[in-house]
Ligand binder design. Structure first.
Ligand code: ATP
Length: 414
């Protein structure tokens, strides 16, 4: 079993796929500082299952992925493939028949590593064991890094023992023993758990037996219940059939009634449409009647006011008539008085004329008295005429008032 080829892609400074051939004999890598010589050795360790980021000179394992440079963007994955020639069939039993082994490790940023051997996905442990059985591996002292010789010279005895064990080809067995011990411990834990489980199962068994008896009883009762249920269902079915016939009869009646109702509804709808059509003229009439009512209301107010005025007029004219009556009476009295006075004055005049004839010496005085009497008579005539004129005026006024009163009463009654 010997390494024949190392293929790197996206690993550290090897951004492009690069193949490194390891020919029989001595193979050397020569180059200036920083050209990537150590990266090749790290790729070899990494593909063999190295799991220490520090050993890869990084903070985390993702640091092995090409991180980008001035002219190229970073990558999101890196892959290293180691081709192992197994023509002599010295690989561990599982792979002994394979003439060539292609061990691939791939890492995706943030997702961790996956391993494949000849295209089959395997665990990291399988890869580590493959190389440990061949006395090599990521941590093998056979891979000597810078400064490691001086570290070995000053190493502790246990570390030197590792070198001797690897030289003897038993370091893989140690790994396997460790795995076997872990498995044995796991099996012991499983046995304890199985004991617990069997105890639980035994206690569960009694419970299950009781449950089985209950279940048998349940089954028997269920059968009885099912039979009874069937009888009940049959009775219900018979009832339902009778109900269905009755319901059908009723449905037919309802159907007929529904048809009658539908016809009535259609007639009512027609009437409604007609009534709807008759509505606008009635509404117009209502509007006109409302307008007339409004006018009548206004007229009523006006007539109410006229009635009030007529009533006031009647009261005033009644007062006037009474007053005119009083005036007439008074003026009549005055006319009577004036006529009496006239008669008296006429008698006085006759007496005076007699006296004048009987006593001529007193003629001047009597003439004066006669003149005075004549003046008084004239004044009395004038007063009489004035009284008669006033009576006539009062009577005219009374007639006019009477006429107005009659008109006002007519208006009032209207
Ligand atoms: P020396 O002779 O000094 O030991 P060397 O030839 O062994 O140097 P390495 O140390 O293998 O060189 O490589 C270092 C180079 O690899 C540096 O240029 C560094 O920038 C580059 N490098 C390391 N990790 C990455 C990475 N993740 N992405 C890109 N380049 C990287």
């Amino acid at each position: 079993m010997h390494f024949s080829r190392l293929r790197l892609s996206g690993f550290k400074s090897f951004v492009d796929a690069t193949e490194f051939h390891i020919e029989p004999g001595l193979t050397g890598v020569v180059g200036p500082n920083g050209c990537g010589k150590s990266n090749l050795l790290e790729a070899l360790r990494w593909v063999m299952g190295a799991n220490s980021a520090k050993a890869m000179r990084g903070e985390g394992m993702d640091d092995v992925i090409f991180a980008g440079s001035g002219g190229r963007p970073s990558r999101n994955h890196a892959e290293v493939m180691l081709t192992v020639d197994n023509a002599d069939g010295t690989a561990p039993a599982r792979f002994a028949a394979e003439p060539v082994l292609e061990v691939v490790r791939r890492i995706d940023r943030g997702a961790g590593s996956t391993y494949r051997i000849n295209g089959v996905e395997v665990r990291a442990r399988d890869v580590q064991l493959l190389f440990a059985d061949a006395s090599t591996g990521a941590n093998s002292p056979a891979l000597v890094r810078q400064g490691q010789i001086s570290e070995l010279i000053s190493a502790k005895p246990q570390n030197r023992r590792r070198i001797l064990e690897e030289a003897a080809g038993v370091s893989g067995l140690y790994g396997r023993r460790h795995e076997a011990q872990i498995r044995v411990r796991g099996a012991e834990v499983n046995l304890v758990r199985l004991d617990d489980l069997s105890r639980q199962l035994e206690s569960g068994l009694g419970r299950l037996r009781r449950d089985a008896r209950t279940a048998a009883r349940y089954k028997k009762l269920s059968a009885q219940i099912r039979a009874l249920h069937g009888a009940v269902l049959h009775a219900r079915w018979s009832e339902a059939v009778a109900g269905l016939a009755a319901a059908r009869g009723e449905a037919n009646q309802r159907h007929v009634a529904a048809e009658v109702a539908a016809r009535a509804a259609a007639a009512a709808a027609t009437e409604a449409v007609e009534a709807q059509a008759a509505l606008p003229p009635l509404r117009d009439e209502e509007t006109a009647a409302a307008a007339v009512a409004h006018h009548l209301e206004i007229d009523k107010d006006r007539l109410d006011r006229a009635l009030e005025a007529a009533r006031a007029e009647v009261a005033r004219l009644t007062d006037d008539r009474r007053r005119i009556g009083d005036d007439l009476h008074r003026e009549g009295q005055a006319a009577t008085d004036a006529a009496d006075q006239l008669r008296r004055l006429a008698a006085d005049l006759v007496q005076v004329e007699r006296d004048v004839a009987a006593a001529p010496e007193r003629t001047p005085a009597l003439e004066t008295a006669a003149r005075d009497a004549e003046q008084s008579r004239a004044a009395a005539d004038a007063a009489l005429e004035a009284a008669a004129a006033r009576v006539a005026a009062g009577q005219a006024e009374a007639r006019a008032a009477q006429a107005r009163l009659v008109e006002a009463q007519g208006r009032l009654s209207r």
